[in-house]
Design a protein around this ligand. Structure first.
Ligand code: 5GP
Length: 117
């Protein structure tokens, strides 16, 4: 069974977060440890632990992640210069919080997509 994370508490406003957008499907808030001048997490209000758990029933919600990302990028003034949308899955993907989230990163050139090991 899916186990709630701190993100569920953020959605319900039980703990503080800098929420920049919320509707009936998704919530977006600033990352507590930003890796770029703009670093916002966009998450489904429904708990989906990882990208592996996505089903067809989630397609509308997951589409909303993208429309909200585009809207926030414009509001943040980073749409024209560009930004990166990213979702990590499980251990090799570097996922730390098991409630799927789209990272919206921008405000500076972000460099190569992956670190060489
Ligand atoms: P992941 O590595 O799972 O893709 O990313 C998790 C992200 O959530 C990290 O960038 C981390 O800084 C952020 N994060 C973890 N806990 C909190 C929190 O309590 N509040 C906020 N705003 N961000 C968090």
């Amino acid at each position: 069974m899916a186990v709630e994370t701190i993100f569920s508490k953020i959605i319900r406003k039980e703990i503080p977060a800098d929420i920049v957008y919320q509707d009936e499907l998704v919530t977006a808030f600033r990352d507590i440890n930003p890796q770029a001048p703009t670093h916002i997490l966009i998450i489904p209000n429904k708990l989906i632990p990882t990208a592996n758990d996505v089903t067809e029933a989630d397609e509308t919600t997951l589409g909303r992640l993208f429309t909200v990302a585009a809207r926030i990028a414009k509001e943040e003034g980073i749409a024209e210069d560009g930004y990166r949308l990213m979702m990590n899955c499980n251990r090799h993907g570097g996922q730390e919080v098991y409630h799927i989230h789209m990272h919206l990163l921008g405000g500076r050139p972000l460099g190569p997509m992956l670190l060489r090991q």
